[in-house]
Structure formats: C-alpha cells, structure tokens
Design a protein around this ligand. Structure first.
Ligand code: LLP
Length: 430
C-alpha cells in the first residue's frame, strides 16, 4: 500500500497527520473517513502556484462534488481557491460556510427554478449555463429582481477523454452543454442579443475525469481559444475567461500513473500562451476545476473486520463494517483501491483475500483479490485514496447510517462530520 501525504509508520502502526489510526478507530468508531488536512492544503497550493493563480490572473476552483462538508469550504477559501458547485445543496453548504459568493461557479445541466433563484439571490459569481432553458430562466429571474448575471457557456468541445483513451469527435451526444457541431452554440450566442440581464464573460468545457494524458487537455485549450476568437469576430463579444474543467487523474493503485500537477499546469499555460499568440488574441483568464486531485489521496477509510469466510480453493471473503454505502466507486465503476491493516502495517505476509462490504448485494465488494497480511476479526483495515467521491456519493442503502469524518492535522484530530444516528436516519419519515 502506498503511503500518501502525512502517513507514517511508528511501531508497526499507521498514523495520519501525526495521529494513530488505531486511536482514531477506537475513539470515533468505524467506518470512519480520515482526511489529511496538510495534504489537502498542499494540493491546493500546488495548483494555485503552478497555475499562476496566486498573484497571476488565473483561478483554481475546487470541484465541490468530490467532497464538500462546510469544513472543506473553509479550507478551500483559506487557500485562495474558488469553488465549483452543482446543486442547491452544494451552494447552500458554501453559503453556510460563508464562502464568498463572487468566487463561486454554479454548474449543472438542469438547474431548477429554485436553484437559479437561490444562486442569483446569493450573488454567485458565474453561472455556467448549460442550455437554452436555463438561459431563459436566468434572464427572467434577473429581470424580476432587477439584477444582472455574469455567465459562461458550457461547450461540448468534441473531445471525450477517459482514463486510458481519448477521442476527438464532433460529439453532440452529451447531456451537457452547447454542442459546436449542430449550431447550438451559435444559436445561444444569437439569443444573447434578446437578453438584457446576462453578460457572457467566458466559456467552459469539461472533457472527463481521472485522465492521465496531457494531450486531450492541450487540444481543449486550442479548441477553446479558437472558439473565443470566433465569438469575438462573429458576435463581437470578448471572452475574458476560459474554464478548462476538472483536474488531473490520481493514484489509486499501482496501475495508475498520474502526471505531476505542476507539469500539467505549466504545460496548459504554455500552450494557452502559444496558441493565443498564434491566432492573434489576448490571452484570457484561465480557470481549472480540480476535485479528485485535491482530495482523493488525502482521504482514507477505516473499517473493522468482522466475518472472515474462507471458501477452500475458491476465495477468502473478509467482510468489513461498511462498503458500497460509504464507497460506491468499486461497485459502480469497478474502481480499484489499496488496503492494509493499520496495526500490522509492517507485516510482510501476503494472503490473497477479497474485501467485502456489508450490504445485501453480491456486488458490494470493495477490493477483489488483494494481498493482505495475517488478519483476525477486530483488526482495523484501511483503504486509501477514498477522499474523492466517497463521502459525497455515500448513501443510506440498507438503512446504514452515514459514517463520520475526522480531519487530522499536526498531531490533532477534529470531528468534522458526525456519524449519523438511527434516529437521524428516520428524521424524514412521518
Ligand atoms: N468540473 C466539472 C464540470 C465536472 O463535471 C467535474 C467532474 C469536475 C470539474 C471535477 O473533476 P475531477 O478533477 O474531480 O476529475 N463520480 C465519478 C467522477 C465524476 C466526475 C464528474 N465531474 C468518480 O467517482 O470517479
């Protein structure tokens, strides 16, 4: 198991942020998400510095969908980041955290009337407008409230990138954004002339998540700059900001080879400078929206091992007290993870086992066929890199309460999200 951030081994025991994982499991019970605040801050700084967002003009907006407790909003604000939200709930969380609304980008392919109204009332900096319906609603609501709103258009740039491959197409088959190839973008630009309350200040594209190649991002930079040039020439609108969507892929297992954030940022900035010079436009402000690469490796999950079922010559199932309710990624995407036992971390024995969750689903398997030291029921298992899209995608399936989240930093631990109680589980029921 790779050690991330501040993970250290003392006396055969794993600690994070200077706090023993065994102690955390005893004190807060399991399953427990542990987040390494130092690593989060380090990741933020790496983006801010390398994307010229510190004293430069560019911006780094954390994608809240990856993990967004109020505490996280505060860290993000302190580190000088903007925030990308995609729902009324995320926006409300930011509001409760007193996050500066002007630094918020409001995403979403089907924002409701109420969400748009809330965004306008709160004064969010930018709406990333996805469709004609939203454009109309923003104009109407702004008119009623006598306000104006800065927006970006979300564009489907014809690049589809997945982890190991990417394709350039005239792709219009996407639920997100205005397509380039079917005239939607031109129609949207044309429609802007009817609107008095909407200022188009930028364009946005997001080509995918958990991407390891640089090339699709550089292509996106070129495409977006050329779109900005066309919009200026054909519609006389200055595109001052270009938002390039999510950040780089991360390490989950040995199969993942992520790029360095610094290389990624520098290459994107260099390409943007070159291309804007080549096509003769002023370099716009650039925005990037990393989620996973800020929080994934900074989060781990502690579980207590319960049943160990050894089916001779078939498989050993090691069941833990959580599963797809706290980490749906393995069952949803066949995502891989690494694990170990926090109190036997130096043990070099390796037995082939499968880590199973406790939900009533055969597919609730966290890790298939991994090597694990000699274990017994009651041992504390850790899965690493669960910080992104773990807690934020967690559910109450099988009426399992949501796990608690504790932040560790400099030898201290702090509970940032309480464990849900059974009574809280039933709170909505009448
Ligand atoms: N910006 C936009 C518009 C996005 O749609 C996303 C992710 C991001 C930024 C952040 O991308 P990141 O830096 O995290 O790669 N649940 C899936 C991931 C879904 C990502 C959706 N959009 C998973 O667990 O892998």
């Amino acid at each position: 198991m790779k050690l991330h951030g501040t993970m250290k081994i003392y006396n055969n025991e794993l600690s994070i942020g200077g706090v023993s994982c065994l102690k955390l499991a005893k004190e807060y019970k399991t399953p427990l998400y542990v987040i390494d605040e130092e690593l989060i801050r380090q990741n933020c700084r790496e983006y801010i510095e390398n994307f010229d967002a510190k004293n430069g003009q560019n911006k780094v907006a954390y994608a809240g969908k990856a993990f967004l407790p109020i505490y996280m909003c505060k860290i993000i604000e302190e580190e000088g980041m903007c925030l990308d939200v995609v729902s009324g709930g995320e926006l409300y969380t930011a509001h409760k955290a007193n996050f500066p609304m002007k630094n918020i980008l409001f995403h979403g392919n089907n924002k409701t009337f109420e969400e748009i109204e809330m965004g306008i009332e709160f004064g969010v900096g930018r709406f990333v407008v996805d469709n004609f319906y939203e454009l109309d609603l923003i104009e109407k609501i702004c008119d009623e409230k006598n306000k104006t709103q800065d927006i970006y258009f979300r564009i489907t740039p014809g690049i589809e990138a997945h982890t190991h491959d990417y394709i350039k197409t005239g792709q219009i088959d996407s639920k997100f954004g205005f397509a380039l190839t079917n005239g939607d973008l031109e129609r949207a630009l044309e429609k802007l002339k009817e609107y008095k309350r909407i200022n188009l200040v930028g364009i946005h594209a997001h080509i995918g998540s958990q991407i390891f190649d640089l090339e699709p991002y550089l292509d996106t930079v070129d495409i977006m700059l050329n779109i900005a040039k066309n919009i200026k020439e054909q519609n006389n609108i200055d595109i001052k900001e270009i938002d390039l969507g999510g950040g780089v892929g991360v390490y989950y297992t040995k199969e993942d080879h992520p790029m360095e954030v610094s290389d990624f940022c520098r290459s994107v900035l260099k390409r943007a400078e070159e291309t804007s010079k080549n096509i003769g436009i002023k370099l716009p402000i650039l925005i990037i929206e990393p989620g996973r690469s800020i929080i994934a490796n900074a989060g781990s999950t502690l579980y207590t091992i319960g049943s160990i079922k050894d089916i001779k010559d078939v498989r050993v199932y090691v069941s833990v007290d959580g599963g797809m309710t706290d980490n749906v990624r393995p069952s949803l995407y066949h995502a891989g993870y690494e694990c170990s036992i926090v109190n036997k971390i130096n043990d070099k024995t390796s037995n082939k086992v499968t880590i199973a969750g406790k939900c009533c689903e055969s597919g609730d398997i966290l890790i298939t066929d991994t090597g694990l030291m000699n274990i017994e029921s009651g041992d504390i298992l850790i899965t690493t890199s669960t910080g992104a899209y773990g807690y934020s995608m967690s559910s109450n399936y099988n009426k399992i309460p949501k796990a608690a989240v504790v932040s560790v930093f400099n030898g201290e631990d702090k509970l940032i999200c309480k464990r849900q109680t059974y009574d809280q589980l039933l709170q909505l029921e009448i």
